[in-house]
Write a protein that binds this ligand. Structure first.
Ligand SMILES: Cc1ncc(C[n+]2csc(CCOP(=O)(O)OP(=O)(O)O)c2C)c(N)n1
Length: 220
């Protein structure tokens, strides 16, 4: 049964949009437009904020401003808002399932803040030792999400080290194979063979004027 409310459940579909953003990007206006839209139209959406505590070199406290948490931001728009242990696979699974079911029943959007930590650099060209204490990553108490899930599954008798090692090997090979396939399509330093016109296609039914102009300028 759909929840009672001024808005009906989404018609003819049980699809739910699931979007992810970093905590740093929540300081951009677009994030607030999304919350406003979701609240006003009771959108069947799950707005996930991955709070890994560092937006490149900016600590989370900067983007948070005067907000107590990032989940807190959803409350101002009347949205259900949760803050969960982002390194706990089962907590994430349960929260997303709950939010999806709620959205399908017409309850609207849910904001979920996943509290986690980025141990490594933002990218391969980033050096975190330039802006945070060198031993900070070692002080993170909530562990590694894959290792935690592995330990849990071993404890309940559903998994073992041998199967884990085999799966890791299989996934490493899959990633390498996919990487090579992607590289074969072209890189920044090689010809891609992909028609640049394709970046203007299959996004808008009616292409906005500024994009039509850009396409003209590119001559494709
Ligand atoms: C409007 C804009 N400003 C700055 C940047 C440069 N930039 C790229 S990633 C990034 C940090 C994003 O941090 P966060 O949103 O927390 O996501 P994370 O990468 O930590 O997952 C910044 C500032 C950008 N891409 N766009």
């Amino acid at each position: 049964m759909p929840l009672a409310g001024p808005w009906p459940a989404p018609k003819g579909t049980d699809g739910v949009s699931c979007a992810f953003t970093g905590e740093g990007a929540t300081a951009e206006g677009d994030f607030h437009y999304a919350l406003n839209f979701s609240s006003t139209y009771r959108a069947p959406a799950i707005i996930n904020i991955v709070n890994n505590q560092w937006a490149i070199s900016s600590f989370q406290g900067i983007a948070a401003g005067q907000s107590k948490t990032f989940a807190y931001r959803g409350l101002g728009f009347g949205l259900a808002s949760l803050r969960i242990d982002g390194n706990d696979f089962l907590a994430i699974y349960a929260a997303i399932q709950w939010a999806a079911q709620r959205a399908r029943l017409g309850g609207g959007a849910t904001v979920i803040e996943h509290f986690t930590y980025r141990k490594e650099g933002h990218s391969t060209s980033d050096d975190p030792s330039k802006y945070r204490a060198k031993d900070e990553p070692n002080a993170w108490p909530l562990g590694d999400p894959i290792d935690r899930l592995k330990q849990h599954l071993i404890l309940i008798g559903e998994w073992d080290d041998e199967r884990h090692a085999a799966l890791e090997k299989e996934l490493d090979a899959y990633v390498l194979e996919t990487y090579k396939k992607a590289e074969s399509l072209g890189t920044l330093t090689t010809q891609t063979g992909i028609n640049p016109a394709t970046m203007f296609e299959k996004v808008y039914e009616d292409v906005p004027t500024h994009l039509r102009r850009q396409r003209q300028e590119l001559g494709v």
